[in-house]
Design a binder for this molecule. Structure first.
Ligand code: TMP
Length: 208
């Protein structure tokens, strides 16, 4: 039996990691085995590539190089972490997946959508999430939350407010284009409210 693949997407500081922990705990309570992972990263090789992408100055990579880095990491992540877990019947929850490349490198940095689609199909074939939760939040609030965290992973935060406004629209457009797969979640409520909305969406989709 294969598991289910759920992704959380959205801009900076939308609360994805907290909500992934909450969702995993709720599913485990129902007796479901869950693996939580993230992108870029989620396998030893992909975590190395993550550092190249999220640390340093915005101009470190051009847009197409950045796209290829994201997919280099993703191929390894799918082959070594996501695929084996799904095959073992686990449910996999990933903090970001390919929608982030369409939003950040596509809409944000200007790589043509068709170019990303071709790379995606060459690398992933038809592999896609069963359900994608798009966490939607006011950009200013999200960036403030993200900036309050310490650490070296600040490269994308430095792209500026306009870039992040474009991303918010990009994620909403992705959800509109793929209504069968995506649900937009209002992330402006309390942690408990957002967790409840997310669990309800998951329970409806998989009839839990
Ligand atoms: P995080 O801050 O949500 O952990 O994500 C790491 C950063 O990487 C975030 O700023 C978005 C960016 N990113 C891309 O630009 N392209 C991608 O394909 C992925 C998965 C993430």
């Amino acid at each position: 039996m294969t598991g289910r693949f759920i992704t959380l997407e959205g801009g900076e500081g939308t609360g994805k990691s907290t909500q992934i922990r909450r969702l995993a705990a709720a599913l485990e309570e129902k007796g479901i085995a869950v693996l939580c992972t993230r992108e870029p990263g989620g396998s030893p090789g992909a975590e190395e590539i993550r550092k190249l992408m999220v640390e340093g100055e915005p101009g470190r990579w051009n847009a197409i190089t950045e796209t290829l880095l994201a997919y280099a990491a993703r191929t390894d992540h799918v082959a070594r972490t996501i695929g084996p877990a799904l095959a073992a019947g686990k449910w996999v929850i990933s903090d970001r997946f390919n929608d982030s490349t369409f939003a950040y490198q596509g809409v944000g940095r200007g790589v043509d959508r068709e170019t990303i689609r071709r790379i995606d199909s060459a690398v992933l074939d038809d592999f896609a999430p069963d359900l994608t939760l798009v966490l939607d939040l006011d950009v200013k609030i999200g960036l403030e939350r993200a900036l309050a965290r310490s650490g070296a992973e600040t490269r994308f935060e430095k792209f500026g407010a306009d870039f992040h406004e474009k991303l918010r629209q990009a994620f909403l457009d992705i959800a509109k284009r793929h209504p069968e797969r995506c649900r937009v979640i209002d992330a402006s409520g309390t942690e408990d409210q957002v967790a409840e909305t997310i669990f309800a969406a998951v329970a409806r989709r998989f009839t839990l």
